[in-house]
Design a protein. Structure first.
Length: 299
């Protein structure tokens, strides 16, 4: 099988992080995520483990060290009619903490190409890449990223001249966040609360970022919040959305933050400090998502 021949081929060799691990980037990350753990500041600071991929990103100019094998594989799938792509999941393994000043290198390999699979989106192939991240000779972490490259399915009732609107992307539900999405389905926004130190956290995580305790319960958000920050999306276009539109980082009254859409006013009227109120919107195929309706201008 031609696709299986790509398994084991390198997608990048001896890639180099564009910047060393650094305190400003760690601070920006923690502010955006609302993570106040003392482990990420001060002279003995470490980088949050979930920032692993940040240090390997190539930005708009990309990275040197790309082999072209991954692009060849995607081109071959395009030619087979699998012209659509959706990210399905990622897995990260942390071997040791990164600290400011560490200079990261990485190799990426095409780990697996599945047999042809039939999914609700359409028939196609799951492609998994594995990136090994190092500092010097030491492995510090592994990042696996999986996509589905597929040919969109056509429903029997569809007519080629009148295509149905594209479906909105579905959230990835796993064992760590299933309770959150079940709450959303019931029109409740649930925040995790550490059983040891009572620290609140959103998005949901396997353990407390403040004290490390794995035990938790939940509290229901009141629904009141303010726009902490926002961006206006103009590009890239996506069939399920109609750009430009605003995506905001909402600070809830409970002190945690979440990313969502602001509804009820034009994208160019969204302002930092604006009060918002939680709502739930239902989309096709029983998809329920939390959104925030603007309640007034910034003070």
């Amino acid at each position: 099988m031609r696709l299986k021949a790509f398994e084991g081929r390198h997608a990048a060799v001896a890639g180099i992080g564009k910047d060393p691990v650094n305190a400003p980037m760690i601070r920006h990350w923690c502010e955006a995520m609302g993570d106040s753990s003392p482990a990420y500041s001060g002279p003995e600071a470490i980088a949050p483990p979930t920032m692993l991929q940040v240090w390997t990103m190539g930005g708009l100019s990309g990275h040197t060290g790309r082999t072209g094998a991954y692009d060849e594989l995607l081109t071959l799938l395009d030619e087979a009619g699998c012209t659509s792509v959706v990210a399905t999941d990622c897995e990260q393994e942390y071997v040791r903490a990164l600290r400011p000043g560490d200079e990261v290198t990485f190799d990426s390999v095409i780990e697996a190409v599945s047999e042809r699979k039939t999914t609700k989106l359409g028939a196609g192939y799951f492609v998994t890449t594995r990136m090994d991240v190092r500092v010097g000779e030491d492995l510090v972490g592994t990042h696996r990223f999986r996509i589905l490259k597929y040919a969109p399915a056509r429903r029997p009732e569809e007519k080629p001249s009148r295509p149905r609107p594209a479906a909105r992307p579905r959230p990835v539900v796993n064992r760590d966040n299933a309770g959150f999405w079940e709450g959303v389905r019931q029109h409740r926004l649930l925040i995790q609360r550490c059983a040891a130190c009572a620290a609140l956290r959103l998005p949901w995580l396997p353990g407390c970022t403040a004290c490390g305790c794995p035990d938790w319960d939940t509290v229901e958000a009141s629904g009141e919040g303010t726009v902490f920050s926002y961006v206006v999306l103009h590009h890239p276009p996506f069939p399920a959305f109609d750009p430009p539109y605003a995506v905001a980082l909402i600070e809830l009254a409970e002190g945690v933050r979440t990313i969502s859409n602001v509804v009820g006013l034009p994208y160019d009227k969204v302002r930092i400090g604006q009060s918002v109120r939680l709502e739930f919107q239902e989309y096709e195929d029983e998809l329920v998502l939390p959104v925030f309706r603007a309640g007034g201008e910034a003070g």
